[in-house]
Design a binder for this molecule. Sequence first.
Ligand code: ARG
Ligand code: ZN
Length: 849
Amino acid sequence: PVQHLADYRPYPFTLSGTHLDVTLAPRGTIVRARLELVPGALPVDLVLDGGRGLDLRALTIDGHAPDPAHIRRDDETLTIAAAALPSAPFALETEVAIDPQDNTAFEGLYLSGGIFCTQCEAEGFRHITFYPDRPDVMTTFRVIIRSDMPVLLSNGNPVRQEPGLAEWHDPWPKPAYLFALVAGDLVAVSDRFTTRSGRDVALNVWVRPGDQDRAGFAMESLIKSMRWDEDVYGREYDLDVFNIVAVDDFNMGAMENKGLNIFNSKLVLASPDTATDTDYERIEAVIAHEYFHNWTGNRITCRDWFQLCLKEGLTVFRDQQFTSDLRSAAVKRIEDVQTLRARQFREDQGPLAHPPRPDRYEEINNFYTATVYEKGAEVIGMLKRLVGDEGYARALDLYFDRHDGDAATIEDWLLVFEDATGRDLSQFKRWYTDAGTPMLTMEEAWQDGTLTLTFAQSTPPTPGQPAKPARVIPIAVGLIGPNGDEVAPTRVLEMTEAQQSFAFEGLGARPVASVLRGFSAPVMLRRQMDDATRAFLLAHDTDPFARWEAGRELALSALTDLSQGRDAGADYITAIGALAADDAADPAFRALCLTLPGEEEIATRLASLGVTPDPDAIHAARDDLARRIAVAHQDLLARLFDDMAVTGPYSPDAQAAAGRSLRIAALGLLGRIDGGDRAEVLFGIAGNMTERMAALAVLLRLGRGEAALRILHDEFGDNRLVMDKWFSVQVMAAPPDQAVAVARRLAGRKDFDWKNPNRFRALLGGLAANHAGFHAADGSGYAFTADWLMRMDAANPQIAARMSTAFETWPRYDATRRGHAQAALEQIGILEGLSRNTREMISRMIAAG
Ligand code: ARG
Ligand code: ZN
């Protein structure tokens, strides 16, 4: 059934307390729940969520079993007729049995490698007990866990610990999706944090025995996050303990359960020899993200799941600010824009396009998307730009003041900004309600010392939204004079019309406009600019994002031309050499400039120009340009490779990582001409996983990775996280015509533990990331992926549905590929017993054909 935003109704009962008493067993866990309910003025049926997986053993109201005729169950709910309910407050007690061992969907209570754990967002709690499982029903929880596992954890503060039993009390009212329970043989890395107002908090990162020496970085990141949220947002922690647990089987990255965050182990465990710089940066960011949810998500939650971006967009925005403060803001912004384009623009341009606040869904788990998260964050960035830093700070203070303890909406959020700043945000709201990436074109006119920029915006139709009115677009612009100096600093133009002009007066000589600085709005900017002007901006722009973007545009125009058989790239090669040689520039920035756009991004650009992308031609064009860069700048690259060697003990900090990133960028290009010799040496001597993985990728691309793979396997065969990399890099870096065969061979291995989400994603996600391999003209990539999606769907619908997005770009390819893709999608679509998750995804994708 389709859920509609417009159908929201408050829950007709108030829940004033929840008591759980859980006796754990791999099969036959017993959950006793006591719900204290207050009826409303009119008698209505009590409807609780909870399906067939709950084996109902007992049910009483105020201690008495109601007449069975008053109780109804269907596949998703349990209803107690109004006639059986008291008109005064009453207690509903239930006892159910559930089976964590068989729970391969990893939703609700499940076992992961001997550890009992839970995942309740969005609607997992209904797999644990009968409950009003919706975010606007909030209450305090008292939880008793009975088990002989040594460590028993739940939300809030511990109130009783004795052998075989633990009791926890969470004083902060919360919705069921924030409930968590963990039981296992775990050990903690512990520390303490004293909040600004003097609360002493015990901090623990719980891991499996033996993993303690890889949990220190997560703990450091947590402490930095706690301090940062006090310093920047004035938000303090509000319990006596904060627990983080790492588990191996986890559908997503991590979860912000109140006082008990549960993490995918890949986002907690790190050591120099097993984790890359990118892993470290992600761990730091996700630890922060989940911690920041304590205020933006937990203290203020969402009224309903349509409002998901209220907590996710804001929390992503906050974790992005955190990373920019701790590391390089310029590099972080460029990385975020790259991710946004690769994932969210892709989503917006295909059959799965939806607004940051959708108004309909079938399966909410399908809406934990780049649009809700990353675009949700971009929208807040625009808001901040429009109201200014002070306006933003005032609005956020008001938000926390006004809505603490609430289940809020996007309307509440926007009203806070209107009240705090006096600004009318009715047009701005379209960013939340309208799907699609606006296309912004710009024309320039120069006359008598005045530069006039004329912009036009238009947004292509998306499923269900044929026409798109104009949006408010903040366009940050600066001007660079002919000698390379900035003649006008950044100014934010506020575009509100479909077409609008802005004049810069009193200029001596015609400047070059640096437009959309800092990527001030998530739009696609199209402007006529010759390569020489782009190269000029790459050399002189004072805004690091716009400077990088100039190089990116140069590269993309070369690559789109080359892939269509036109000669191109000379200007780019010259300009990029000058930038790479500039030792005054941040090595991480130079590395970003030296790394060519990926094949997927080139395909997306071609499609937006109305050209059908040819994956093989794109692959060849990118190879060709990379090789020509290497030939042209051989000496420079060799010097960078040597100079950027970081000496001394490994540190994951931004500066050390920056050096390594430039070294690796140079290595990748040199690999095009040195036959992989440097990579082979580096793989052998590098003491850190960052350089080893980079070297391995180079070797695999050249078809000489066998020895390195064997060495890595010998060393780390029993380390799941390293083995995930081992699987994925082989598929990702395989020459396209071998990618499917490599994937097939790896899928046949005994250690391809496909029910583990990380391992499945390593292989299938690796193939999807090999653009020309996945889109093999014979359809073998599609067929292989479809087979695995069908198998996974029966075990874990969330993972299958999410991975099905590998197909989301299918309508843009040629007729042969489209035919194969459509056949694969249809084959999945007719599978008997297909989950609601995957069914919704497949039908949305097929509808675009
Ligand atoms: N709220 C979590 C986060 O952003 C994501 C959990 C989503 N889980 C899911 N099954 N959809 O950190
Ligand atoms: Zn989140």
